[in-house]
Design a protein around this ligand. Structure first.
Ligand code: CA
Length: 429
């Protein structure tokens, strides 16, 4: 697992002024992504303050293993590298961006982020979504099965399903409200039309690094070597379509119409200072089976990340009202670690590939202020939320913008953020 080094030094600053004190992208972060400068094609970059550094231009200054991988339009080859190579690149970039002697040479390679278009960082071969937020699973389970909210497999199996990679989009791409079959509890037959219960889900995403060969599982101790980085993920969900279609095979059209991610790969190396022990399981819960249990993972497998969801209705944006906080909570409310998710996914020999995206599942806190979906906040539509404009919401309205954020914090270190993961809802076609 990546170590803490000089790149995390809180005293290190950048000659790019906006990086110093930047809530997401100080020099301690250095997340990787794909962007287009105005009028130009897509290329790899690193976010630093309110700028993006074009990586192809510094390829010659970077370690040999990475230098020649920086001219494409996806990060897949970079994600596939051993983490030692990404770490070497990080250390070199940190040096280049902290030493003012590089200012003149690198300034032509800097672009104002606000003027650039961000893209998906990788060609996503496969997208899988898990369900490891135990409070979310409890809250949703209670709505469907008040006496038996968690099914018996939950504490043994990291529950997941295969999602749809083709409809993953970066932040900023509007979400078209899906049409589908909806059947209310009092209706005899379903009708087809716009979802009436459109929701978001606050999740983290794992970017798979080095893959595994078909038929060759990933031992839990090696799982960190297969994780290149992380993002925020909004698994938009049409609850009415979901409730009608999900039995017996699980989520389908209620989920696969669109998923939004934050476009910057926050590397596992950047997150080294923000590791936490996996919270102990409640008394009486089973221990993970041996293939999912590793002492080091239990000691360092969780993250000190604060997650936040805000909403801005069309009226709020028109009136310049600040987005309203729907929830705030820690990312430690995961019953399984990232390593356990990866190991379980490959445990049957399923091959993961560089650039695959894996969602954690909705991360909710135990308390109401930290619920990660409107389904939970509005108690299945029974308790509307009042926005600053006086508008109310049980589920999302057309024109609503949902903004997810994540910030890593630890004593003695500079906080780093994931950047925004946001999108506006457009009416159904
Ligand atoms: Ca989900």
């Amino acid at each position: 697992m990546s170590a803490i080094d000089e790149t995390h030094d809180p005293a290190r600053t950048s000659w790019i002024e906006s990086a110093n004190g930047h809530p997401d992208f100080p020099i301690q972060n250095l997340p990787l992504g794909i962007f287009s400068p105005p009028g130009h094609h897509a290329r790899p970059g690193v976010a630093i303050g309110d700028r993006i550094l074009e990586l192809s231009g510094v390829g010659a200054l970077l370690p040999e293993a990475v230098g020649h991988l920086l001219t494409g339009t996806t990060l897949n080859p970079l994600l596939a590298l051993p983490s030692a190579d990404r770490l070497a690149m990080r250390r070199r970039l940190s040096q280049l961006l902290s030493d003012p002697a590089n200012r003149d040479a690198l300034t032509p390679l800097l672009h104002r982020a606000a003027e650039c278009v961000v893209h998906l960082p990788a060609a996503i071969g496969d997208y899988t979504d898990f369900y490891v937020g135990i409070h979310h699973a409890m809250n949703v389970g209670k709505q469907f099965r008040p006496d038996n909210p968690l099914l018996p497999n939950y504490k043994y199996v990291p529950i997941g399903y295969h999602g749809r990679a083709s409809s993953v989009r970066p932040t900023g791409v509007p979400v078209v409200r899906p049409n589908g079959q909806r059947k209310g509890p009092d209706e005899d037959a379903p009708s087809f039309g716009p979802s009436r219960r459109l929701d978001y889900e606050l999740e983290l995403g794992i970017w798979v690094g080095k893959g595994n060969e078909l038929g060759r599982p990933i031992p839990i101790r090696e799982a960190p070597q297969h994780i290149a980085g992380y993002c925020l993920l909004n698994d938009w969900s049409a609850r009415d379509i979901q409730a009608w279609e999900y039995q017996p095979l699980g989520p389908f059209l209620a989920k696969n119409f669109h998923s939004t991610i934050s476009p910057w790969v926050v590397t596992a190396e950047a997150l080294a200072p923000f590791r936490l022990p996996q919270p102990p399981r409640p008394e009486g819960d089973p221990q993970p089976l041996a293939y999912l249990l590793d002492t080091h993972d239990q000691q360092h497998g969780a993250f000190a990340l604060e997650l936040e969801v805000r909403i801005a209705s069309e009226q709020m944006r028109r009136e310049d009202t600040a987005p309203f906080v729907l929830s705030r909570g820690p990312a430690t409310n995961m019953y399984w670690t990232m390593a356990q998710i990866v190991t379980h996914h490959a445990s049957n020999g399923c091959n993961l590939q560089p650039g695959d995206l894996i969602g954690t599942g909705t991360i909710s806190a135990a308390e109401a202020g930290g619920f990660g979906s409107l389904l939970e906040i509005s108690q299945g539509g029974k308790a509307p939320v009042t926005l600053p404009t006086g508008e109310t919401r049980t589920f999302l309205a057309d024109g609503d913008e949902v903004i997810l954020r994540a910030t890593a914090r630890a004593d003695g270190y500079v906080p780093i953020g994931f950047g925004a993961c946001s999108a506006v809802i457009l009416p159904a076609p």
